[in-house]
Write a protein that binds this ligand. Structure first.
Ligand code: YXS
Length: 259
């Protein structure tokens, strides 16, 4: 069964997560299908793509597939990690990507939703950035991308508490562009997609790429980069990191040691 469904009509591509058994956890197989769907949309020259879960979803995505997090002292969010790859594909997709969000969004799926160009949420949308629940050292590019979308004080609260931000507050702090009642969500999203698809595609596409490049323009010295990597290595080589994953698998609370 496909983990992702794709529909392309009238220059609009709709990509639906279809992996409820693992609550749309972003594993290698599912991400491969999301990337393939985006490539199909690009070949069809869609002018806007919509990323969504199944209608009525309680979970938009449970984030990175924890079963695929490396244990062996390897960076869990390295450059070629599937989650990192799909985020880069969405950000460089040559047309706007709307995230239509019903349900809760967890961990790295928050970054995926935030790197979409226009996040539109239903009243049950919520966003929880959860490295601290698992003991994961998030990656600098991902932190910068989230900081580009949300105030730093809110980013800190999300990383430090791992608590879900509910829809109303998500709208207030800039995680959502729009908060729309359930019964209007599909029509509102469709109308926005049709509006975008009716405009000059090259102008829209170049504006998206310009904004991406300008928002990335934060110089970082190699020394700073190395220091960040050393800090992250301390975390992903820690006992707590292994404990966080084990605890999830055993459905128990983790016992943190700080080592
Ligand atoms: O027990 P079975 O085999 O039925 O499988 C269960 C869950 O283990 C599985 N599942 C996941 N498997 C791998 N990775 C996941 N992220 C994940 N989430 C869920 O799906 C089956 C149904 O889950 P269950 O029974 O818990 O469903 P629920 O409806 O009661 O609860 C849904 C959630 C999403 C609230 C709950 O599953 C949950 O809290 N999942 C973990 C959310 C999370 O912490 N995600 C962060 C992943 S790590 C990540 O994204 C980054 C690396 S970072 O940490 O840096 O942000």
């Amino acid at each position: 069964m496909s983990l992702v469904l794709v529909e392309i009509a009238e220059r609009i591509g709709t990509i639906t997560f279809n992996h409820d058994r693992k609550r749309n956890a972003l594993g290698e197989a599912m991400i491969g299908e999301v990337i393939a769907a985006l490539e199909r949309c690009q070949s069809a020259e869609v002018r806007v793509a919509v990323l969504r879960a199944q209608p009525g979803a309680k979970i938009w995505s449970a984030g990175h597939d924890i079963d695929e997090l490396p244990i062996s002292g390897r960076d869990p969010l390295a450059w070629d990690d599937p989650l990192e790859r799909v985020i880069r594909v969405v950000r460089s997709f040559p047309a706007p990507v709307i995230a239509m969000i019903e349900g809760s969004v967890w961990g790295g799926a928050c970054e995926l939703a935030l790197c979409c160009d226009i996040p539109i949420g239903a009243p049950n949308a919520s966003f929880a950035i959860t490295p601290a629940r698992i003991g994961v050292p998030y990656n600098p590019a991902g932190i910068l991308r989230i900081m580009n979308e949300v105030d730093t004080s809110v980013v800190k609260e999300m990383f430090f508490t791992a608590e879900p931000i509910p829809a109303r507050r998500a709208l207030e702090v800039g995680i959502l562009n729009h908060l729309v009642p359930f019964e209007e969500l599909e029509a509102f999203t469709r109308a926005m997609a049709e509006r975008i698809a009716s405009l000059a595609p090259l102008s829209v596409s170049v504006a998206k790429e310009q904004i991406r490049m300008i928002s990335n323009a934060r110089p970082m010295s190699p020394e700073t980069f190395e220091r960040i990597q050393a800090l992250r290595r301390k975390v992903y080589e820690s006992q707590d990191y292994r404990e966080g994953i084990e605890a999830f698998r055993q459905k128990r609370k983790p016992r943190w040691t700080g080592r």
